[in-house]
Design a binder for this molecule. Structure first.
Ligand code: GDP
Ligand code: MN
Length: 399
């Protein structure tokens, strides 16, 4: 079997290992679950899956967070599904909702308008608060202060395969900061101006790309031309989507002055012709180093994004926020693609390419056009991230 080259992101472990009889010393990490009391059933489903496929051997602690108090029904039920340490925390007011500097009435109007425009979750105020919390606050919660690493869990997730190694440990050994298992394309109307701000942050701080930033860009026409002339493979990254992406959004969604008050002036022409391709790591699965979020430069990034008002006047998700921050701040080598972790949340799933009994990697996901597009972009992004998909396919079929 051909040796995979150093520059590619390798899977940590190939094949099926036996679960460890003794997992040994744990990393200073925890599962983080933000949830509402009424989501108990979905949380239990997730917990069962996490425990069955991983945590019965590793016993990582859980931290449950909520903007309200968890009730005793919730807390007692949770304790029946794990023997690992569990803590329940309430999110302080300063980390959830409108800060002093934001006019709540302006924000609420903006949110109502997104509701009228039928933007997904756009009209739901709590969803905006949730995205902002996961973008700039979760790692500041007092219950997380003692941890260096976190693994995010949501209600209604499912792991397909046993994870018989400690992903935290292997991320540390391999110098990784952020791990994902699915990458999808964002709904453009939820983030019309996000890239202008992220790009301005990058320029303002003289950050030069360390390779990852380019993965969030539409290929430039001149680069496509060069590739064509050199007779190289053209990026197959969903040409229809790329075309849609370059069309401006309707005026009423793409607002130049949405009334955010203290908006810093951003010159859209200063994006150097770069166009966001809407790719992002799907953040409901995330294994990452908390110190990266606690870094002053991440804080500056968050503050700049936050001050724009985009968490309310648009519906910026924490997923594109984390992804664009990674693009601006991290080298590609700090990102780990957990291609070996089988994972599903609602309609989107990732099926490992190197698992012994797996779906063909290119078998399209059956579903609506939108689901299909998301599945395709997952595959294509992953391919761009680790160009040697073929290697794994071969490795698998030759076994
Ligand atoms: P989706 O996955 O984008 O459809 O969004 P979810 O509804 O699953 O929300 C993402 C995460 O935030 C999940 O873990 C939810 O339980 C949690 N969440 C969303 N809104 C709230 C809220 O208002 N309060 C609390 N405590 N958790 C929330
Ligand atoms: Mn969810």
């Amino acid at each position: 079997v051909r040796k995979i080259s150093e520059k590619h992101d390798k899977v940590f472990v190939t094949g099926c290992n036996n679960p460890p009889a003794d997992a040994g010393e744990r990393v200073n990490g925890a599962f983080v679950v933000l949830a509402r009391n009424q989501e108990l059933a979905g949380v239990i489903d997730s917990l069962k899956s996490v425990e069955r496929h991983f945590n019965r051997w590793f016993h990582y602690p859980y931290v449950f967070l909520n903007n309200e108090e968890f009730n005793s029904t919730f807390k007692e039920a949770i304790m029946n599904y794990t023997s690992a340490p569990v803590e329940f925390g309430k999110i302080p007011k300063e980390h959830w909702g409108f800060p002093d500097w934001m006019d709540a009435n302006v924000a609420k109007e903006g949110i109502a308008k997104q509701g009228d425009q039928a933007i997904m979750y756009g009209g739901m105020e709590s969803y905006h608060h949730m995205c902002r919390f996961y973008s700039g606050f979760f790692y500041k919660h007092e219950l997380l202060q003692k941890y260096d690493w976190y693994w995010r869990v949501e209600p209604d997730i499912k792991y397909y395969c046993d994870i018989t190694y400690d992903p935290f440990k292997l991320m540390i050994q391999n110098n990784k900061t952020y791990g994902f298992t699915i990458a999808v394309k964002e709904l453009k109307e939820t983030v019309p101006n996000i890239f202008r701000y992220a790009s301005a942050f990058k320029r303002k701080n003289n950050l030069t790309s360390q390779g990852l930033w380019e993965m969030f860009l539409e290929p430039k026409p001149e680069d496509l031309k060069k590739k064509e002339q050199a007779n190289e493979d053209l990026p197959k990254n969903d040409p229809k989507h790329a075309k849609d992406n370059q069309k401006p959004l309707p005026e009423d969604i793409m607002q130049t002055d949405p009334g955010r008050g203290s908006l810093p002036e951003i010159d859209p022409d200063a994006m150097e012709g770069e166009i966001y391709n809407m790719c992002h790591f799907w953040s409901n699965f995330e294994i990452a180093k908390l110190d990266w979020f606690r870094d002053p430069l991440y804080e500056e990034f968050f503050n700049m994004m936050d001050r724009s008002g985009g968490f309310w006047m648009e519906r910026w998700g924490d997923a594109p926020i984390h992804s664009l921050a990674a693009g601006a701040l991290l080298p590609t080598s700090a990102i780990h693609y957990f291609r070996d972790i089988g994972y599903r949340h609602t309609t989107i799933h990732h099926c490992p390419v190197n698992a012994p009994a797996r779906q063909l990697p290119h078998q399209p996901y059956k579903g609506t056009t939108y689901e299909q597009r998301m599945y395709d972009s997952d595959r294509d992004f992953a391919k761009a991230f680790d160009e040697e998909e073929e290697y794994w396919t071969k490795w698998d079929t030759e076994k």
